[in-house]
Design a protein around this ligand. Structure first.
Ligand code: HEM
Length: 537
């Protein structure tokens, strides 16, 4: 029942210029010429061959032949919707970001949810992490919050990301199995990667099987910065809290649903919006003053750690409402290009080595996924504010730039006749002091891989713990290599002895061999291994 009057949304208005509605109109080809037969090719004689000159046929078939683009290298399976973000107040003390500067201010958004490992057509209810990406079309340009539904990540350094994904994707010789994690290569990698243990607890928990996308939390994962107009910065962790609460299905339910309706989450999101039950999340931040950076027993730059909410409360700043389904899945949901480096003034990065690597990866992949350097001009990606710069060429250039410009400086600087000029008021990177040697070495402050894994496991109810044990039994039960199973159980014993014992029993492992020192390939070539005694619990 789409009858409800749609509230004003600048992004939807912006998309109108590219939106067409052919109902009741005459069909045309791409040159605008009317088509009176779209069903029969032009033949040389009633039973003769098709003529090469049949431009109607050629155009129809050529477009069809090219209507796929590469799926995302990760997060290929996803669905999205339009909506708005509303600020609950004026938070300019914290950040100069204008979308958080005024009570009641609304900013259009497009959100896309995804699984990570599966292909574009894979089931929604695979045991997996969920992507939670939101593009804010702010009045200062686009801001992307590219998060997940779990607050930590598998690895601490982006250099390992291709390995992680190669391990989790189907095996390279036979492309089996499609399931996210239940196989040798994934558990081989994980059992050699102590830093992944906290994330593994989340991934084996009920959080990996959301009941609905609207019943899922979201997290920015990395520590970011807020910066206010005076240049004062604080560290922040981003949170999305679903209005409907956080709920999951059981593994038995997930398996049945995957068979009966692999589009379960996609259908649920679509139907909720069509019927006017708009999904909502509150947006919050944990704020840490710059001077408190080192007061925790973990490193704020380490993406395998969260800040327990008992230590720093989540301060709610606003809400997101998704109230409009896309008109064209491909043009909107498939072509949207998120990037953790799309920032607006008032938000900045930290030196988290995972985040730093992500800043390279997204544009790089989108250059091939979306066919060249002009994908920011695709309607769903372009900001609602004007774009003026010196970019002119490249495959599929859409904007027609006036004047003789394309360079800077030029003699018209200031009241420039040719092109836009630089001016104060734009994005300024936070003036963080940096010094040090170029070095490949993991900070020792990143080396406690087990305390938070333990904290998570032990904070679960008995039933939730049972689910984690059963998930590990199921997943590791598929692993055919005994050494991997044993090494994994050994690693689990650092998290919780009972957990390891229970998993071992399920796998028929009689003796748990706790590795003296868990293997770790992460110290770095410039490190002295003697300095690194990984903490055990
Ligand atoms: C998608 C790389 C870690 C969240 C992607 C894509 C790449 C990528 C290449 C595909 C983008 C596209 O085709 O448009 C990486 C790398 C990482 C990393 C190199 C670590 C070094 C993370 C983390 C999060 C995350 C920690 C969560 C905080 C997402 C999401 C998407 C995505 C939500 C899907 C965006 C969409 O819906 O289009 N990532 N990623 N990634 N990534 Fe990451």
């Amino acid at each position: 029942k789409k009858s409800q009057k749609e509230p004003k949304n600048e992004k939807i208005q912006d998309l109108h210029v590219n939106t067409e509605d052919g109902s009741g109109e005459m069909m045309t080809n791409n040159q605008g010429v009317g088509i009176n037969d779209d069903q029969n090719s032009l033949l040389a004689g009633e039973r003769g061959p098709t003529l090469l000159e049949d431009f109607q046929f050629r155009e129809k078939m050529t477009h069809f032949d090219h209507e796929r683009i590469p799926e995302r290298i990760v997060h290929a399976r996803g669905e999205g919707a339009h909506g708005y973000f509303e600020s609950y107040g004026d938070f300019s003390e914290l950040t100069k970001a204008s979308f958080l500067g005024e009570k009641g201010k609304r900013t259009p958004v497009f959100a896309r949810f995804s699984t990570v490992a599966g292909f574009r057509g894979s089931t929604d209810l695979a045991r997996d992490v969920r992507g939670f990406a939101v593009k804010f079309y702010t009045d200062e340009g686009n801001y992307d919050l590219v998060g997940n539904n779990m607050p930590v990540f598998f690895i601490q350094d982006a250099m390992k990301f291709p390995d992680l994904i190669h391990a989790v994707k189907p095996e390279q010789d036979n492309e089996i199995p499609q399931a996210a994690s239940a196989h040798n290569t994934f558990w081989d990698f994980i059992s050699l990667m102590p830093e992944s243990m906290h994330m593994i607890m989340w991934a084996m928990s009920d959080r990996a099987l959301p009941r609905s996308l609207a019943m899922m939390e979201g997290f920015g994962v990395h520590t970011f910065r807020f910066v206010n107009a005076k240049g004062k910065s604080s560290f922040v962790k981003f949170h999305w809290k679903p209005k409907l609460g956080t709920h999951s299905v059981t593994w038995e339910e997930a398996q049945k649903i995957s068979g009966q309706d692999p589009d379960f989450h996609r259908r649920d999101l679509w139907n909720a919006i069509e019927s006017g039950n708009f999904p909502e999340w509150e947006f919050g931040v944990q704020v840490v003053r710059e001077e408190d950076e080192h007061k925790f027993d973990f490193d704020l730059l380490d993406p395998t750690k969260l800040i327990p909410e008992e230590l720093v409360q989540v301060q709610i700043l606003g809400k997101m409402v998704l109230n409009r389904n896309p008109d064209n899945f491909f043009a909107e949901t498939e072509q949207i290009a998120f990037h953790p480096g799309h920032l607006v003034p008032g938000i900045d990065f930290t030196n988290d080595p995972l985040l730093q690597g992500r800043l390279f990866s997204y544009t790089d992949t989108q250059l091939s996924r979306l066919g060249g350097p002009n994908f920011a001009e695709i309607p769903i990606n372009r900001p609602i504010v004007p774009v003026h710069n010196n970019q002119r060429g490249g495959s599929m250039r859409l904007t027609i730039n006036k004047g003789k410009g394309g360079y800077h400086p030029n003699q018209g600087n200031g009241g420039c006749p040719y092109q836009a000029a630089m001016a104060d008021g734009g994005f300024v990177s936070h003036h963080e002091r940096i010094e040090g040697y170029k070095i490949r070495k993991r900070s020792k402050s990143f080396l406690d891989h087990f305390s938070q894994a333990k904290l998570f496991y032990e904070s679960q109810t008995a039933l939730e713990q049972r689910h984690i044990i059963e998930a590990l039994r199921f997943e590791l039960g598929k692993v055919t290599d005994e050494k991997i199973r044993e090494r994994m159980v050994g690693m689990l014993s650092y998290v919780n002895k009972e957990l390891a014992k229970n998993v071992a029993e399920g796998l028929g492992i009689k003796e748990i061999k706790t590795p003296e020192k868990p293997l770790n390939h992460s110290y770095g070539a410039d490190a002295n291994p003697q300095d690194y005694q990984p903490t055990t619990v």
